[in-house]
Ligand binder design. Sequence first.
Ligand SMILES: Nc1ncnc2c1ncn2[C@@H]1O[C@H](COP(=O)(O)OP(=O)(O)OP(=O)(O)O)[C@@H](O)[C@H]1O
Ligand SMILES: [Mg+2]
Length: 267
Amino acid sequence: MSLACSKISIDYGQRRALFDFDFALQPGRIHGLIGPNGSGKSTALQALAGLIKPASGSVELDGRQITTMSRREIARRLAFLPQQPSAPEEMTVEQLARQARFAHVGLLRGYGPHDEKLIAWALESTGVSDFAGRGLQELSGGERQRAWISAALAQEARILLLDEPTSYLDIGYQVEILDLIHRLSRDRGVSIVMAIHDINQAISVCDRISLLQGGRLVFDDEPRALAANNLVETVFRIRGRFVEITPGSPPHFDVELARWSDGARDH
Ligand SMILES: Nc1ncnc2c1ncn2[C@@H]1O[C@H](COP(=O)(O)OP(=O)(O)OP(=O)(O)O)[C@@H](O)[C@H]1O
Ligand SMILES: [Mg+2]
């Protein structure tokens, strides 16, 4: 299982959104992508999922150029949860998880006990079983987000690319989903790459962090190394500091809720 790219650039029309992006999946580990709005996190994830073709360089999945692989070949190896996924109206939570198994279930082979077990596990572990029969459109933002995570799990891929998987969740479910992600990597060896805004959650759950700024990687190292410099302050234009609440625990970024300067953020 490998997913890597070297110095890829992504353009939207005339504008370059990602410059010379390097990435190498660490099997069984959690890799966090952090950075301000518009810094290129979703673009990077979409490129890694084979959904955007780089203007230069290529993404390789299991040693093959991902843009030459079929959707089914990719889906057997990699599940991608976009930042704003869309599904046909009327689709229920269970149908969403069910159809996520399309890469495994073909015309010749219908849904078997293994598929049913996986779907039930995916619904259960994201806390959506109770409303599995309800339409996605009838759910709250957080419930819907969990339904999408459940579908990504049901796909049974060894690589999970998640774009802000906890953005709509209450703090209880944020912890639960992050814990689930942690267990998937530690117990099942699933490799996870996720965009995440909460720096402290990123530091505590990720094995490695990439920080993007204006489409460029400005940091790519283990989380603790982030505390050893002032990149978080300069990149996000905030004031704060890293503190160690319990000796030996991961560093915690304590932000001062005041502007760096009097001017508004001018991106
Ligand atoms: N489909 C698109 N067409 C044109 N420009 C785009 C498109 N998608 C993103 N961009 C631009 O590319 C840059 C990177 O966007 P991207 O969505 O990757 O950022 P992000 O880091 O995921 O931000 P956020 O934290 O807001 O999700 C931004 O300047 C954005 O305006
Ligand atoms: Mg994004």
